[in-house]
Design a protein around this ligand. Structure first.
Ligand code: SF4
Ligand code: SF4
Ligand code: SF4
Length: 379
């Protein structure tokens, strides 16, 4: 992986932990899937996500129109909706299960453990965000963003670290139980299997979209990231509201969607399962940080760091989740080099967003190419 901040056409990805894992996997198998443009991974903290459709229906049953909501937050065990008339609606998360995405119940990563920088609100005071630098690249960006006045930081208190660790551990423990439960009723959670790169290549060798459908999509494991759509050389996958669908016939040699998906097998080389034992994964530094003049639960700092990456030409573009004008709170991934677009997209959306859709041109392969690729060439 290229750790040099200044060397290549770079895209900064802002995503949930499952997006960050997908980016890591696609980078790892770049020789087969195509060179990844993602060179900076800004991961968000994520306990769970909601189906936009079911969330909208649920709110409507409570006589709340989703377009009247100014801000959503997940905090202190509740989903909070701040309405534009000043009212606040709160719902215990235990009652939000009906519109929670099923894939989130087998997710073990709360703090985007494979990101360069992870950002979330837990552990920091109101108006501040918690920032975890995990790689040298992430640490350098954090320090430079502060030196150049994009953000300010302060130490992360021990009590805050304890709280963050407790939440991350809770997610791992509870979801490990769910994984065991699913495995015991023949709904395998493939991405949790222990497997090395060589075994991975053998496992995925003959797997196509039908297998992706059976092993991931139909059993509620799809995170709706768009990686399958992004790498499909025949352009025959569409991502509708809730699931990817096949719109054509697969040539016999292709397995790219199955290979790229973060919910099929993940080799130890992509995601080291030793991280299961570390609530927050590996990291170099944790601080509280804030940026001025930018709104959003975590968006202030995320946006300020993206501003720094774009303005200093460390990243040429950024992938962020904006809201759809015609369908409020439905996230819509955009690829932009415009700082104003980044500011406009600030704030957490709490619904799945197929971020890789907008990166398709970077992974474009001639359908003939993959027939010539040897999957044994994986770096
Ligand atoms: S699977 Fe769900 S909980 Fe896990 S990172 Fe993705 S959206 Fe968040
Ligand atoms: S052509 Fe390849 S990537 Fe596209 S759906 Fe078929 S198997 Fe998947
Ligand atoms: S099936 Fe496609 S959209 Fe769903 S998790 Fe896998 S790659 Fe992402």
């Amino acid at each position: 992986m290229n750790n040099n901040l200044n060397l290549q056409t770079n895209v900064a990805l802002v995503g949930t932990p499952c997006h960050i894992i997908a980016a890591e996997k696609m980078d790892h198998y770049a020789e087969v899937l195509g060179r990844s443009p993602i060179d900076f991974k800004l991961g968000l903290f994520c306990m769970e996500n909601f189906s936009h459709l079911y969330l909208k229906e649920f709110l409507s049953e409570k006589n709340i129109k989703i377009e009247d909501i100014d801000e959503f937050r997940v905090e202190k065990g509740y989903l909070w909706a701040y309405l534009n008339n000043g009212n606040v609606f709160k719902l215990p998360l235990s009652q939000a299960k009906s519109f929670m995405r099923k894939n989130c119940q087998v997710c073990m990563d709360y703090t985007s453990e494979l990101a360069d920088l992870s950002v979330g609100s837990v552990g920091s005071d109101q108006g501040w965000s918690t920032v975890i630098a995990r790689t040298e690249k992430g640490l350098r960006a954090l320090q430079k963003a502060e030196n150049e006045g994009f953000i300010e930081t302060k130490p992360f208190e021990e009590s805050s670290l304890n709280l963050l660790t407790k939440l991350a551990k809770k997610k791992k423990t509870e979801n490990q139980e769910e994984i065991k439960k699913r495995e015991s009723v023949a709904r395998p959670v493939l991405y949790r299997r222990y497997i090395n790169d060589e075994e991975f290549i053998n496992e995925v060798f003959s797997c196509q979209f039908d297998d992706l459908k059976a092993d991931v999509i139909d059993i509620g494991s799809c995170v709706l990231c768009g990686a399958c759509y992004c790498v499909c050389p025949e352009n025959i996958i569409s991502i509708e509201d809730r699931r990817p669908q096949l719109k054509g016939n697969c040539p016999p040699e292709c397995n790219l969607c199955y290979m790229a998906c973060p919910r099929t097998y993940l080799s130890q080389e992509v995601l080291n399962r030793d991280l299961d034992q570390k609530a927050l994964g590996d990291y170099l530094k944790i601080v509280s940080a804030r940026a001025s003049n930018v709104k959003g639960q975590d968006g202030g700092v995320v946006t300020a760091i993206l501003n720094y990456l774009l303005e200093d030409n460390i990243s040429e573009k950024a992938v962020v989740a904006d809201k759809m004008a015609e369908n409020p709170w439905k996230p819509n991934a955009i690829l932009t080099s415009n700082v104003e677009d980044v500011k406009k997209a600030a704030g957490t959306k709490y619904s799945a967003c197929p971020v890789f859709k907008v990166l398709k041109e970077y992974y474009k392969k001639d359908p003939q190419d993959f027939r010539n690729d040897s999957v044994k060439e994986v770096s």
